[in-house]
Design a protein around this ligand. Structure first.
Ligand SMILES: NC(=O)c1ccc[n+]([C@@H]2O[C@H](COP(=O)([O-])OP(=O)(O)OC[C@H]3O[C@@H](n4cnc5c(N)ncnc54)[C@H](O)[C@@H]3O)[C@@H](O)[C@H]2O)c1
Length: 256
C-alpha cells in the first residue's frame, strides 16, 4: 500500500531525513516548508498555516502520516509561532484528512527542552490558545533577559497539547496515534552555529548531557519517527519519547 504523508520542515535536517526515509520505503511525501518543498508556506502566520493545509488538501483526499518537524531555535517570540501555534494549527488542520486514512499516524518534534522549566505565563497563554498574549509575554521575557526560555516553553506547550489531544475523541477516537519525539543534540543547520563555536558547544553539551553516543545525525532521529508513524505502531500514543542519548535520564533521574 502506498501511503500519503506530510512532512513539515522537509527542506532541512530531521524533516529532510524523515521525508527521504519515507520515500525510500515507497511512500508519497508532500513536504511543507519555506522553500524547496511541494507546498511552500510560512507556518508562523495564520495565512501561511491556512495555505499549508489548503495546499495539502489540493493534492490528496486522505492522509496516512503527518510529521511536524518545522521549527526554529531562535530565542525570539516567533519561535512560539512556528514551534507551537504553527505545529498545532497544521496538525489540527490535517486531522480530518488523517481520519480518512486506514491506519493514520501523527508525530511532532518536541525537544529534550521539555525537561526544562517553562516560562509560566507564556505557557499559560499557549495552553489557552491565545497567540497574541503568548507573544506579548514572550516579548516581556526577552526584556527581562529570559529569552532562552522561549524555545523550551514552545516545546513544553507542544508536548502538553499532544498529551491532552492524543486521547480525545478527535484523535484516539478516530484511530489516529499522536506522539512527540524529543531529540537531544542532532547535527543539523538548526544548531550548526552553536556546534561550530567551542564555547557555545560546551554550553550546549552541558545543558544536554548525552552519555550514550553524544550528538547524533538527523537520520538517527528519522528512524525513531519512522517507527512511530509505521503501521506497526498501533498502540503507542500520547507520549513524548526522548531520543536523547540519555539526557532526560541524567537531568531527571527520578521516575516519580
Ligand atoms: N537539531 C536538534 O538538535 C534538535 C533538538 C531538539 C529538537 N529539534 C527539533 O526538531 C525539529 C527539526 O529541527 P532540525 O534540527 O531538523 O532543524 P533545521 O533547521 O535543519 O530544519 C528546520 C526546518 O523547518 C523549516 N521552518 C522553519 N521555520 C518555518 C516556518 N515559519 N514555516 C515553515 N517551515 C519552517 C526550515 O525552513 C527548515 O527547513 C525542530 O522542530 C526542532 O526544534 C531539533
Amino acid at each position: 500500500m502506498v501511503r500519503h504523508c506530510v512532512v513539515t520542515g522537509s527542506a532541512s535536517g530531521i524533516g529532510a531525513a524523515t521525508a527521504a526515509r519515507l520515500r525510500e520505503a515507497g511512500d508519497v511525501v508532500i513536504g511543507v516548508d519555506l522553500r524547496d518543498a511541494e507546498v511552500i508556506a510560512d507556518l508562523s502566520t495564520a495565512e501561511g498555516r491556512a495555505a499549508a493545509v489548503a495546499g495539502v488538501r489540493a493534492r490528496v483526499d486522505h492522509l496516512d502520516v503527518v510529521v511536524a518537524s518545522a521549527g526554529t531555535a531562535a530565542p525570539i517570540p516567533k519561535a512560539l509561532q512556528v514551534n507551537y501555534f504553527g505545529a498545532v494549527a497544521l496538525l489540527d488542520g490535517l486531522r480530518p484528512l488523517l481520519a480518512r486514512g486506514p491506519a493514520p499516524r501523527a508525530v511532532a518534534l518536541t525537544s529534550l527542552a521539555v525537561a526544562y522549566r517553562p516560562l509560566r505565563r507564556v505557557l499559560e497563554a499557549c495552553v489557552r490558545g491565545d497567540e497574541e498574549s503568548a507573544l506579548a509575554e514572550a516579548q516581556e521575557a526577552v526584556t527581562l533577559g529570559k529569552a532562552a526560555g522561549i524555545y523550551a516553553t514552545s516545546k513544553i506547550a507542544l508536548a502538553l497539547w499532544i498529551r491532552q489531544q492524543a486521547v480525545s475523541p478527535e484523535w484516539a477516537g478516530q484511530g489516529i496515534t499522536l506522539n512527540g519525539v524529543g531529540p537531544g543534540i542532532v547535527v543539523t543547520p538548526l544548531i550548526a552555529e552553536q556546534l561550530a563555536d567551542p564555547r557555545l558547544r560546551a554550553e550546549l553539551e552541558s545543558a544536554v548531557p548525552m552519555p550514550l553516543h553524544g550528538p547524533v545525525e538527523a537520520a538517527d532521529i528519522a528512524i525513531v519517527l519512522g517507527w512511530l508513524v509505521s503501521t506497526e505502531n498501533s498502540f503507542v500514543t500520547g507520549q513524548n519519547l526522548f531520543a536523547d542519548g540519555g539526557a532526560d535520564a541524567v537531568l531527571r533521574p527520578q521516575v516519580v
